[in-house]
Structure formats: C-alpha cells, structure tokens
Design a binder for this molecule. Structure first.
Ligand code: ARG
Length: 457
C-alpha cells in the first residue's frame, strides 16, 4: 500500500479492510473533472495572492490539464488504493510534477474541497435533467394541443366525476412539471455558492481571495461561515427533494397510464416500442416503463430519506458520515436521467382511443352536475336540483341507461322545469365547453393556458 498523505502521526499501515471500507474512490471518482476544475481555480488564486510562485502555478495547471485529458481518454484509470478522488489526483499530480504538486493544497482542506466538488457536480448534472424535464413538458404541450376536444371522464376517488378533455388532463401534469423546474432552479441558486476557503472548518491564515475562485468557477458567491461551509449538504437534500417531488408526479402519471392501458379502461394504446410482452402469455402487452417509473420513485425517496437521516444527528462540522451523501445524491441524479427519456417517448407515442374515452365520459353520469346546473338556471335552488338529478341517476342505474337516454316525458315527471333543450345542456361537449373560466377544461380555456405553457423554458 502506498504511503498515506496523513501518515505523519501514524505508526502502522491501514488494515486492508479499513482501506476498502474508508475509500470513496469507487464512487467519488466520477467527480474528477469538478475536482480538477476546482483545483485549477484554487491554484490561479494562490498565485495571484502571492502564496505560490508562478512556475509552481504553471506546473500545477499543466499537470492537472494532463491528468484531466488522460482520464478522459482512458489512459489514466482509477485502479488505486487512494482514499478518495481528491487524494488520488493530488498523488498523481505530485508523481508527475514533484514538489509543486504538494503546494496545491495550501489553504485548502478536503472538507471544503469535497463540498465544492459536490456542488459543481450537482449543478452540472442537473442541467441535463432540467433539459429532459423540459422535453417532457413540451411533448405534453404538443399532445394536449392535439387533444383539445378529445373528451374523457375526469375522476375523483377513482369514480367518474365530470367530463373533461385529454388536453385538460395532460395540462395538469404540465403544471406539475413547471413547479418541478421552479424547485430545481431555486435549489441550484443556493448550490451555486463556493465553500472553498472554509478550510477544514475554521478558514485559513493564508490571504485567500475566495470571491475570485467562485467567479472563475461560475458561482455566484461564497459561503458566509467557514463551519457551515464544510458542514452543509442542504444543496444535495434540496435537489434530491425536488427530484423526489418530480418522481412523485411521474409516478402518479404512471399510475394513470397503467390504468388507462388496462383492458378495463382501454383509454390508451401504448406504442409497441414502449411496452413489453410476457414470456408465457402471448396476448400480453405490459406498461413496463410506467411501472418501472413508479417503482423507481420509491428508490429516489429512499435516497432523500438516506440524506436526511445521514445528516440529522451530525454535530458541527464535517463528519465522515457525510461521505455517504454522495451515493444517494448520485443515485437520484442517475435515476432521473434514466427515467425521463423513455417516459417521454412513451407519452409521445401513446394513442388515445377517442371513442372509448367519449363512451366512458357519457357512461358514468359525469353530466349529472350539469343536469342539476340546468335546473338551477331554470330557477330551482341548487340543493333541490342536486336531489332531482340524484333521483334521475338512480332511475337510470336501475335501467342501465344514461341520463341523455331518458325521455322528456319521464324527465318532466321528476321536475316540470325540464324542456327539450336539456339534451343539449347535458351533452358531453356542452358540459365541457360551458366550463370556460380560467383553469377549466373548455377547449378555449385550455388552449389559452397551453399558449402560456408553450413559452415555458
Ligand atoms: N472522501 C471524503 C468525503 O467524501 C472527503 C473528505 C475527507 N475529509 C476528512 N477530513 N477525512 O467526505
């Protein structure tokens, strides 16, 4: 085993079980680019502040650039018993450039270094995920525009409630995604702060220019307390929190799609490219993508709970427990990145079965409220109208017919306010079109909202 960087005060080598247990290199190596970028910015600042010489700064910068390209080209691998990516790169640098490499860590600790790396890594990764959410958002806007007058039943308690359109249903999910993006942007704003200069926890005696490092790294400021700087993982919790809420939305959408794709509902047909078969039952076409999305939601919630529980009992400031934050954070990011593209493809390609949706909208007395509203317009108090409509529903259930099928003479037996115009008033199309206020399902109200949604970036 190589000589450890902190071996000065130790008399024994680390036991091999301890080294494997302690090492984060197998998972934190993915932050190599962020680690190197942070080191380059730190090195520039050390030179500008007169803390290291120009020639050392040059050696360090070139050495780090060489390491970065060697890792990217696969020439340099992470087969090493280094404790973590920070030590690995520093060791490699010192191997390449000698003593100058040992000067890089002046005024820095792995505690502020790892906090910086995780922030930079999260910010980079979340950009790609944000783009994927926007792709799903735009896909939904497109599908909604195609289905402004595709009528379907809306549900409460999973019981048919009132008629809506597919566009209205989809734009509910569009609204959720807009909040998700807002939450991510908000979390990123707080993540874009540099902890470098916090040192191990009490800052440093060197005259560091923290702001210039932050600026060079494209961050918006520096942490205001050196203890908080190394102890804080809120940015990870906030991001995984935002991703958990996003997954909760995707999971609910998945649940809708799984129901819709069942033979009992028969509202959608999933595209062959986005569904799977059974190895034993030839007739099966399974909504695996939606189901896996629903399943992976539990996994991302697990990541969030792991982060919260890891952090909840820690005294100030850095504690090694915090190394465990990384895998949960990475897992949440990886999971979203794997979920969003197939989910978007599934939504883009699924076919809405218009006739079946319309029949369902007609079948479940989803126009019973409109029948009551009709009587209200004719002067009956709403409570009484509700009662009449309810009795008519019961009459229809006994005969297995829809409200639209009841003859006018029978209707008059329930209330003499009924006239022939009732049939138009309770037609599904009318029920939807009359709900025309902001946020309601009428095609024109939904179209107006979609115009706004289309501009969302
Ligand atoms: N690998 C460590 C982590 O991820 C880096 C910080 C180590 N700091 C220390 N004082 N041992 O948390």
């Amino acid at each position: 085993m190589a000589k450890l960087m902190w071996s000065g005060r130790f008399k024994k080598q680390l036991d091999s079980t301890v080294n494997d247990f302690n090492s984060s290199l197998p998972f934190d190596s993915r932050m190599f680019a962020e680690d190197i970028n942070g080191s380059v910015a730190h090195c520039h600042m050390l030179f500008k502040q007169g803390i290291i010489s120009e020639s050392d700064a040059e050696l360090i910068e070139n050495g780090l650039a060489g390491i970065l390209s060697d890792i990217e080209n696969g020439k340099l691998t992470f087969e090493s018993d280094a404790e973590d990516i920070h030590m690995y790169i520093e060791e490699e640098l010192t191997k390449r450039i000698g003593d100058a490499g040992k000067r890089l860590h002046t005024g820095r600790s792995r505690n502020d270094q790892v906090a910086l790396d995780q922030r930079l890594y999260s910010i980079n990764r979340i950009k790609g995920i944000r783009t994927m959410i926007l792709n799903l958002h735009h896909t939904l806007v497109g599908r909604a525009k195609e289905n402004l007058t595709t009528y379907m039943p809306g549900y409460t308690h999973l019981q048919r409630a009132q008629p809506i359109t597919v566009a209205h249903h989809l734009s509910a999910y569009i609204s959720m995604l807009e909040r998700d993006v807002g939450r991510i942007d908000d979390a990123v704003r707080r993540a874009c702060i540099s902890p470098l200069g916090s040192g191990s926890m009490a800052g440093t005696t060197y005259p560091l220019d923290r702001e210039s490092v932050a600026m060079e790294l494209g961050l918006n400021g520096v942490t205001r307390n050196s203890m908080d700087g190394v102890a804080d993982r809120d940015f990870a919790i906030e991001l995984v929190g935002a991703l958990s809420i996003l997954m909760m939305h995707l999971s609910r959408f998945s649940e809708d799609i799984i129901l819709w794709a069942s033979q009992e509902f028969g509202f959608v047909e999933l595209d062959d490219a986005y569904s799977t078969g059974s190895s034993i039952m030839p007739q099966k076409k399974n909504p695996d993508i939606a189901e896996l999305t629903r399943g992976k939601t539990g996994r991302v919630f697990g990541d969030l709970i792991a982060l919260l529980v890891i952090m909840k009992g820690l005294p100030m400031t850095y504690n090694k427990d915090m190394q465990e934050v990384q895998e949960a954070l990475f897992d949440a990011l990886d999971t979203l990145q794997s979920v969003l593209p197939p989910f978007t493809g599934m939504v883009q390609t699924m076919k809405f079965k218009e006739q079946r949706l319309l029949d369902a909208a007609k079948g479940g007395f989803s126009n019973a409220t409109d029948l009551a509203d009709y009587l209200v317009r004719k002067g009956l108090p709403f409570r009484d109208a509700h009662e009449v409509s309810g009795k008519l529903v019961s009459y229809c259930i006994e005969r297995s017919i829809a409200l639209d099928d009841v003859d006018i003479t029978v209707l008059r037996g329930f209330s003499d306010l009924f006239e022939k115009d009732v049939y138009d008033a309770i037609a599904i199309r009318t029920c939807v079109e009359n709900r025309n206020i902001t946020g309601a399902p009428s095609p024109s109200a939904v179209e107006k909202e979609l115009k706004q949604m289309e501009k969302f970036r």
